[in-house]
Design a protein around this ligand. Structure first.
Ligand SMILES: Cc1ncc(C[n+]2csc(CCOP(=O)(O)OP(=O)(O)O)c2C)c(N)n1
Length: 180
């Protein structure tokens, strides 16, 4: 459960969660379960990488699991997200199976991209997961396009992309913000 207050630089701040935003015990456990799954799966991927069984790299989200899991968990059916390399937790929440993620990282022909691409570079639109391309920043424009399509069709959808400070500094990301 959330604490009632936190202390920052010797100042105590009260935490107030409006009733309609509060999450119940089952949801807390769900969130914790996904964060644990995120961590455990990444640990296994790192071990497989050390054994030379992962093609490409494993980008860790150690200590950042809550960011991926919490944001994806807040989406509804029909919303879309596009992850970055450290957002394995998000696609787990969207319903992608761990076994498919393992096959993808190991470039198996039976994996989601048929062994043609690596790590989180695959998509699953049925689960609201728009597959990312490698170029940092480019997915901001892509997700802006997905949001624009929803607006034109009068569909009530949240469309979410993740970005790091490196990606943030690309021209494509700024072109993307300006489309929204
Ligand atoms: C345009 C572009 N340049 C370089 C890369 C190689 N690359 C992949 S991840 C990465 C680091 C990304 O940093 P940041 O956006 O800050 O995300 P963080 O690592 O902090 O999660 C780089 C340079 C790339 N994919 N695209």
């Amino acid at each position: 459960m959330l604490p009632d207050s936190i202390t920052v630089a010797s100042e105590t701040l009260e935490i107030v969660v409006p009733d309609d935003l509060a999450i119940d015990r089952t949801q807390h456990l769900d969130l914790y379960w996904y964060m644990l799954l995120n961590r455990e799966l990444e640990e296994r991927l790192v071990n497989l990488y050390r054994q030379g069984r992962v093609v490409g790299g494993v980008y860790r989200s150690l200590g950042q699991e809550a960011e991926s899991v919490g944001t994806a968990y807040a989406l509804r059916d029909g919303d879309y997200l596009t992850p970055l390399i450290r957002n394995l937790g998000s696609i787990l929440v969207m319903g992608v199976r761990p076994v498919d993620i393992l096959k993808q990282y190991m470039a198996k022909g039976t994996g989601p991209s048929g062994g043609k691409d690596l790590n989180v570079h695959f998509g699953d639109l049925e689960h609201g997961f728009v597959g990312p391309v490698s170029m940092l920043g480019d997915m901001i424009s892509v997700i802006a396009g997905v949001a624009l399509a929803a607006r034109i069709r009068n569909e009530d959808r949240v469309c979410m992309a993740y970005i790091g400070d490196g990606g943030f500094s690309t021209g494509a990301a700024h072109e993307g913000w300006n489309q929204v």
